[in-house]
Design a protein around this ligand. Structure first.
Ligand code: NDP
Length: 486
């Protein structure tokens, strides 16, 4: 018999599977949503929102100034003192159900618009952001007529007008996290979406109008940081809810101090994802990938610090690298894409700068071979090994697809390293021992702890942090507390 070499493996590749952008119609110009209608800003100012995957402008969006903030807060106050304040919980529930149903009906449109404006893969906007946003409205619809049973005393009252400032990483979902509990509790809202991702909040405003909520119950002010700051400082606002950077959160806390405004802050994180040597390693590798590469790592609770037990560190790193080699980076609208675009030039610069600092400080940098598109904002999945606790990439929130790998020998060392951060938002534990999970969960200082999984979200489950990750909880019964004067 003649020995022959095995045939070369077929060069399998995925055929392109793009979701059609035709399901959304994007207007060339958007106004502010105040008092139930879309209106231009008082000074006529506007700015462009871009598709970060192509750098092409998608639309011009009105820039709200202080006069617009006053108008929106006045509209919210009229709705609160008027029709929305007089709407009983059982009817508020119906409105919330209606919003949830319309989001479901228009899910494809929301998902495509989110991917276009944010750069996240359609797989994620379609399967995570949009269904979870609808689920939040459904969940809080259930609470609207049961507030007296929520554990906040017999007659909890709404706070009044809520000013809500949200970031760009989960634009629609963060709007749902803010609006659903506020409306269920009987408040009216003025929402400020992030400058780079205003479009799904504006589509949500359209849905809210379609659902028939009284004018002024929800107002949406597009704009930049100055718009957010004006909303926070507006004296007619009774409660501020903010999600974003720790730096801006601190500034907001200083503005609000002494005003009597209620405040909840959901800020940054630098979570440890801790893998013990008895963990199911293939599952853990999937959890590590989901923990830091989901949404390009633009996740406040991302597992950005991998703490792996020394005895399995080489194995985990090998398997992780092999797995990262299979991730597909590119067109966010392609259903096979795992890693989409970075949301903005500014964020790309920040990720680039911090990654360069990682190399300069002596950590070993690795990325799989992957071609980056010529246009748009892109960063390859990146792993740093040999990271020490003093390195900037182990301490600072990178908010991008960059993983810092550290090792430990004992559970005590894992806890000490995991807790060695000014943040305290989330953590992950991978081990087969239930007792170890409980021991670790008792010792880790983090608001959310996942065991043998990562990045699981449910509207019934409270989410929030300690220390520089902020205070207050969103989601679950706890999420109502910030919107009730109990
Ligand atoms: P910011 O905290 O600046 O933005 C969050 C929201 O606050 C946006 O709507 C922003 O408006 C608004 N805002 C900005 N300045 C003020 C202000 N002074 N008063 C009131 N509102 C304000 O986050 P960035 O988008 O600038 O991101 C910077 C870093 O923050 C990221 O690299 C990441 O590390 C972290 N981050 C953390 C998030 C989290 O979920 N924990 C979410 C987003 C960012 P505008 O968009 O117009 O600037």
């Amino acid at each position: 018999m003649v020995a022959t070499s095995p045939p070369a493996p077929p060069d399998w590749d995925y055929a392109p599977a793009p979701e059609s952008a035709d399901v959304v119609s994007i207007a060339p110009q958007y106004g502010l949503f105040i008092g139930g209608e879309f209106v231009p800003s008082a000074d006529g100012g506007s700015f462009a929102t871009l598709n970060p995957a192509t750098e092409e402008p998608l639309a011009q969006v009105a820039q709200a100034g202080p006069q617009d903030v006053d108008r929106a807060v006045a509209a919210a106050r009229r709705a609160y003192d008027g029709p929305w304040g007089a709407t009983p919980g059982r009817d508020r529930a119906k409105y919330l159900y209606r919003i949830a149903r319309v989001i479901q009906e228009r899910a494809r449109e929301f998902a495509v618009l989110e991917s276009l404006d944010n750069g996240k893969p359609i797989r994620e906007s379609r399967d995570v952001d949009v269904p979870l946003a609808a689920a939040h409205f459904f969940y809080y619809a259930g609470w609207a007529d049961k507030l007296q049973h929520a554990g906040f005393g017999p007659g909890p009252r709404p706070v009044g007008v809520a000013g809500q400032v949200i970031p760009w990483n989960f634009p629609l979902l963060m709007a749902a996290w803010k609006l659903a509990p506020a409306l269920a509790a009987g408040n009216t809202c003025v929402l400020k979406p992030a400058e780079t991702t205003p479009l799904t909040a504006l589509l949500l405003a359209e849905v809210i109008a379609e659902a028939g909520l009284p004018p002024g119950t929800v107002n949406v002010l597009t704009g930049d940081g100055a718009t957010g700051a004006a909303l926070v400082a507006q004296p007619g606002v009774d409660k501020i809810a903010f999600t974003g950077s720790t730096e801006v959160g601190k500034e907001i806390a200083r503005t609000v101090a002494g005003t009597g405004k209620k405040l909840t802050l959901e800020l940054g994180g630098k979570a440890a994802n801790v893998v013990f040597d008895d963990a199911p390693l293939d599952q853990a590798v999937e959890g590590i990938v989901n923990g830091i590469f989901f949404n390009q790592g633009h996740v406040c609770c991302a597992g950005s610090r991998l703490l792996v037990q020394e005895s399995v560190a080489d194995t985990v790193l090998d398997r992780l690298k092999r797995r990262l080699g299979t991730l597909r980076l590119g067109d966010p609208l392609d259903k096979n894409t795992d890693i989409g675009a970075i949301n903005s030039r500014q964020q790309l610069d920040k990720i680039t700068e911090l990654s360069a600092a990682g190399e300069q400080e002596g950590a070993e940098r690795w990325s799989p071979a992957c071609a980056l598109p010529d246009r748009g904002y892109w960063f390859p999945p990146t792993v740093f090994s040999g990271v020490s606790q003093a390195h900037r990439i182990a301490r600072e929130e990178i908010f991008g697809p960059v993983l810092s790998v550290l090792t430990f020998r004992t559970p005590e060392e894992a806890v000490a390293k995991a807790n060695n951060t000014p943040y305290g938002l989330s953590a992950g534990i991978w081990t087969e021992k239930g007792s170890r999970i409980f021991w670790m969960a008792q010792h880790l200082r983090a608001g959310v702890i996942w065991a043998n999984t990562y990045n699981r979200f449910d509207p019934a489950s409270p989410f929030g942090g300690y220390q520089e990750s902020g205070f207050g909880r969103e989601g679950g019964r706890h999420g109502l507390a910030g919107y009730l004067d109990a």
